[in-house]
Design a protein around this ligand. Structure first.
Ligand SMILES: NC(=O)c1ccc[n+]([C@@H]2O[C@H](COP(=O)([O-])OP(=O)(O)OC[C@H]3O[C@@H](n4cnc5c(N)ncnc54)[C@H](O)[C@@H]3O)[C@@H](O)[C@H]2O)c1
Length: 344
């Protein structure tokens, strides 16, 4: 499987390294507008063909699939050109600037029977996969809430807000964990510097099942925090991505509530505190699992776990949260998801 990579900035080199290490994939060509970056690449990978024109990658009949790691404003144009050139496509997150663009790419890929993969890398981490396993096994019970803090003194970006940069991770993790699309979103946030995108946001997602999710994202915090809590009716999970080991902990804690009239005079809430355990996690690099999965999906003609539909649902949430934020938290209702969320 010959892979072409477009964009060799910050993230592109990670794609080149991980695709080069896959069992049946080879990075055959890389394009970037900046010839200096291509010269750096050639020092490490002398056999890779390079060009400052992405069309050279698309015109090459030996290339089966193209991975695009350029700024989000270029994703639609490059992704559509790659599909039209008959390539399978890997797009970096977020998939596109607008949901209309994402929908067009999903339709084009379907029409041409090409794999459209969106790199929501967190879905391939051992921690998120373990949390999904625990939730799907029923061990957690009903999911009451998801609560996340994703803040640090982050790189202020000119073209995307903190929602597109950081909340996008929670949106994809929630989609994977819950298999349910929210019905409504309410968000507040602000930009502290005139003319720049929002750098701080608090987003609440409401689900038909009763689950409520909240994420606090910011580029203006003195410390880095990457923490998630998931509370269920039977157990609760904490996930601290900055821990070297024991990132995920499962607590056998919760409450039982009775509305039995016989007990109405007594305390109606019972507290349960049991053991805590830290499950063993797959320590493989998430991006390497994602690259193998992309290639396998092409070989076996399967839909990726993070396919174009998931990418589209995430872009819809970015749009809804942004619209709510600009209306100072007014509730934005969402259409039912375009595609049925599937459980892997
Ligand atoms: N999956 C993740 O965890 C993760 C992490 C970081 C970045 N990303 C995503 O990767 C994408 C790129 O981010 P980045 O931080 O690497 O950006 P970057 O600005 O560092 O790099 C982008 C590169 O694309 C090149 N480029 C732009 N337009 C081009 C064109 N038309 N043809 C060829 N090359 C072109 C630029 O010259 C630059 O080298 C973004 O969508 C970002 O959200 C994903």
């Amino acid at each position: 499987m010959n892979i072409g990579v477009i964009g060799y900035g910050y993230w592109g080199p990670n794609l080149v390294r991980n695709f080069s290490e896959t069992a049946s994939g080879t990075v055959a060509a890389v394009a970037d507008l900046d010839s200096k970056k291509l010269a750096q690449l050639n020092k490490r990978y002398p056999a890779v063909r390079t060009s400052t024109d992405f069309q050279d990658v698309l015109r090459d009949p030996a290339i089966d699939a193209v991975a695009i790691a350029t700024p989000v404003s270029t994703h639609f144009e490059l992704g559509m050109a790659a599909l039209k050139a008959g390539k399978h496509v890997w797009l970096e997150k977020p998939m596109t600037e607008t949901s209309l663009q994402a929908r067009k790419l999903v339709d084009e890929a379907r029409r041409r029977e090409k794999v459209l993969f969106v790199d929501h890398t967190f879905v391939y981490t051992g921690a998120v996969r373990k949390m999904a396993e625990i939730i799907r096994s029923g061990d957690l019970g009903r999911v009451y809430y998801y609560d996340s803090v994703r803040v640090n003194l982050g790189l202020f970006q000119r073209d995307v807000s903190v929602i597109s940069d950081l909340a996008v991770h929670d949106f994809s993790i929630l989609d994977f964990l819950l298999g349910e699309h929210p019905t409504a979103v309410s968000a507040s946030g602000t930009n502290h510097f005139p003319g720049t995108p929002e750098n701080l946001a608090y987003i609440t997602l409401f689900y038909k099942s009763g689950t409520i999710a909240h994420t606090n994202v910011s580029w203006l915090a003195p410390v880095k925090v990457r923490q998630i809590l998931v509370g269920g009716s039977k157990k609760m999970i904490t996930y601290d991505d900055l821990q070297v080991s024991e990132k995920v902990k499962v607590y056998d804690k919760g409450i039982s509530f009775t509305d039995d009239p016989k007990q109405i005079q007594e305390m109606r809430v019972g507290y349960r505190t049991g053991d805590m355990w830290a499950p063993k996690l797959d320590g493989a690099e998430a991006l390497s699992i994602a690259c193998e999965h992309f290639i396998e999906c092409i070989e076996k003609r399967q839909r990726p776990q993070t396919d174009g539909e998931l990418g589209l649902r995430v872009v819809e949430l970015i749009e809804a949260a942004t619209s709510s934020m600009r209306g100072r938290g007014e509730t934005v209702y969402l259409q039912p998801a375009l595609a049925q969320v599937k459980i892997a």
